[in-house]
Design a protein around this ligand. Structure first.
Ligand code: MF3
Ligand code: CO
Length: 294
């Protein structure tokens, strides 16, 4: 088959470990992948497809990941330092037999990313950064539990936030939902990015090109890369069992970004305008998708 992975006999047990006969399990989906591949479509290897057991593992990890974000949401307010958030994260993870996927990832030195106002992503928690009335902050959390990764992020508005900032946060959220609506089994990944991008552009905002979503499972960042600057009917075919994130970074003004030269991590808008991001994690199903982490 197109991905050179084994193909069981029709009546043999499925490769996914379900215990069902191949013909009653992944057989039909595998056949459809093969024929799309032969038609010239971009079809990703079946090794990326999550089994029922994988999804259970991801859900257990995601329960903690979302628990962290709830925990933060209950506490965050004007006067919170972004290092307080890092402490809450470690406290919660420790109490739930889980660890941060961020900490030491490619040398990242903290357990969470806290990105305030013009920080696009990878903001460092810092004792000296105290949240104040009117700030917007993205808290991006990624958890490893039982060998499975989960990943989602939320925006928090601190006190009274300007109408412009509220709109940025809201439009970004709507864009993620539009992306979710575009997830269809046997559709294309490009449909998702195109839907996200349209919502942002229609609102006069721009989407960062350099970063995107990603496959996720037993690894933090798996294929595919999920661009939010993409065209409909392009890119890999979406197949039930694919698990990935939708996480557009949306700038209030121009899409350009600059990475901090001092630490090589913190990304800001080039023009100093505000930026927002929401992230969800999903699995493609026969009927559409199931949200796993938000
Ligand atoms: N959580 C980010 C994502 O959504 C990745 C952050 S990597 C880190 O994919 F090292 F900065 F934590
Ligand atoms: Co992510």
């Amino acid at each position: 088959m197109f991905d050179n992975l084994p193909v069981p006999g029709r009546n043999d047990p499925c490769w996914c470990g379900s215990g069902k006969k191949y013909k009653k399990c992944h057989g039909p989906s595998d056949e459809r992948m093969e024929s799309l591949y032969l038609e010239g479509e971009e079809v990703l290897p079946r090794s990326l497809l999550k089994t029922a057991a994988d999804i259970e593992g991801i859900k257990a990890s995601a329960a903690v990941n979302m628990g962290v974000l709830d925990y933060v949401g209950e506490r965050i307010c004007a006067g919170t330092s972004t290092m307080d958030i890092n402490r809450w994260v470690e406290e919660y993870l420790g109490a739930h037999d889980a660890v941060s996927a961020d900490l030491n990832f490619e040398g990242y030195p903290y357990s969470v990313c806290t990105s305030v106002n013009d920080v696009v992503c990878h903001g460092f928690p810092n004792e000296k950064d105290i949240l104040k009335d009117g700030d917007i902050i993205n808290v991006d959390m990624s958890t490893i539990k039982g060998g499975y990764f989960s990943d989602s992020s939320r925006m928090y508005c601190i006190g009274e936030v300007s109408e412009q900032r509220k709109r940025l946060v809201e439009v970004c959220h709507n864009a993620v939902n539009a992306g979710l609506d575009a997830v269809r089994p046997w559709g294309h990944l490009g449909d998702v990015g195109a839907a996200v991008n349209k919502v942002c552009r229609d609102a006069g905002f721009s989407v960062v090109e350099e970063y995107g979503g990603h496959g996720i499972g037993r690894e933090f960042h798996e294929d595919p890369f999920v661009s939010f600057v993409s065209e409909e009917d392009t890119g890999p075919v979406l197949v039930p069992g694919m698990c990935f994130t939708i996480e557009p970074m949306v700038n209030a003004s121009k899409p350009g970004i600059r990475t901090d030269r001092g630490n090589g991590w913190i990304v800001r808008t080039a023009d100093g305008s505000d930026s927002a991001q929401w992230e969800v994690q999903l699995v493609v199903t026969e009927g559409g998708y199931e949200l796993l982490s938000w």
